[in-house]
Design a binder for this molecule. Structure first.
Ligand SMILES: [Cu+2]
Length: 326
């Protein structure tokens, strides 16, 4: 199916017959699974419709042959065949798609630390907060470096879709959801919302710009960066303004609550004896429903907070930055 090079949305990506160009590291594999399902389905469609037509003609009612002939009630070999062949096909499909899906979820680690972008969806637009402080209505990433998006929504369920990457991920209100991918071909590709979200759903469009190298991305990020307005800075301000620091130290000392130093990915023992690793979902829950999971050795006294989505995204980015970035 792969073929010549063609211009696709301003980039040089290989066309693939009737599918869009492929521009991410999983695209070829996704197409393979799609092709497998497509051709197997087509084969059985032909087989079943063909046999149906054949039998309709061959065994139609004719003068002198009005009564149906006796037929065997049961044929074990035939029944085994039509059970085991579909079972084998489905197991192959299960294996193939699970392998591809795991690769999508885990990412491939290309290009060192992933480029992390926080995505906020709303009716009917996207907002992307990039590292270095530049926020934009379009997504910027680097070719052959893994990108990691942290998606959330302020209103209803949306879904980010880049056909050229063969990737879709829902943005769900009340949750942070991660999505990894590695773009492979520099260029610009459309982003669509693929979860019906109201009147202007079909116009909830944006684009992703894949820079050929890190320098290109850095130049873009610097050009419009407003460090004071960056998500991390915003989170830092919320942390100060909401008085979090009264109970949570930044330097490791123990106050009423645990220190937030090294919080991200920390292994934590909870009051009920279970152990968790601090991730997006746990952070969000700790802010919105502090009583749901109480850290062992601390009183359940943290006040629940009513925070805007941007405050939550900011606190998430800020608390994570305390452990990750220098
Ligand atoms: Cu939408």
């Amino acid at each position: 199916m792969s073929g010549h090079l063609a211009r696709a949305g301003g980039s040089l990506a290989a066309t693939t017959g009737f599918l869009p160009a492929r521009a991410s590291s999983v695209a070829a594999e996704v197409d393979w699974v799609f092709g497998f399902v497509f051709w197997v389905s087509l084969f059985f469609l032909g087989l079943i419709v063909g046999l149906t037509l054949l039998f309709v003609v061959r065994y139609r009612r004719r003068p002198g042959r009005l009564e149906p002939e006796d037929s065997p009630s049961h044929d074990t070999r035939l029944e085994l065949l039509w059970t085991l062949v579909p079972l084998a096909l489905l197991m192959v499909l299960f294996g193939l798609s699970t392998r591809t899906w795991l690769r999508m979820v885990r990412g491939d680690g290309a290009g060192g630390t992933p480029l992390e972008v926080r995505v906020t969806a709303r009716r009917w637009s996207w907002w992307f907060d990039h590292p270095g402080g530049r926020g934009a209505p379009e997504l910027h990433v680097v070719a052959n470096r893994q990108a990691e998006l942290v998606l959330s929504s302020v209103d209803v369920i949306h879904s980010l879709w880049v056909p050229e990457f063969r990737l879709k991920q829902d943005a769900v209100p009340g949750r942070f959801i991660r999505m990894s991918f590695t773009p492979t071909v520099a260029g610009s590709y459309p982003i669509l919302c693929t979860e019906y979200c109201g009147t202007d759903h079909s116009r909830m469009l944006s684009r992703v710009v894949v820079h050929p190298d890190q320098a290109g991305f850095d130049a873009w990020a610097r050009e419009g960066a407003a460090p004071a307005a960056s998500l991390v800075e915003h989170g830092k301000r919320v942390f100060a303004q909401r008085g979090c620091v009264a109970c949570h130290s930044l330097d490791g000392t123990r106050r009423l609550g645990p220190t937030v130093k090294g919080l991200w990915r920390r292994r934590e023992r909870l009051a009920d004896g279970t152990e968790i690793v601090v991730d997006d979902e746990y952070l969000r829950e700790s802010l919105v429903k502090p009583g749901a999971k109480v850290v062992a050795g601390f009183p359940n006294v943290m006040p629940p907070l009513v925070l805007e989505e941007r405050d939550l995204q900011g606190l998430g980015a800020y608390l994570q930055s305390l452990s990750e970035r220098p």
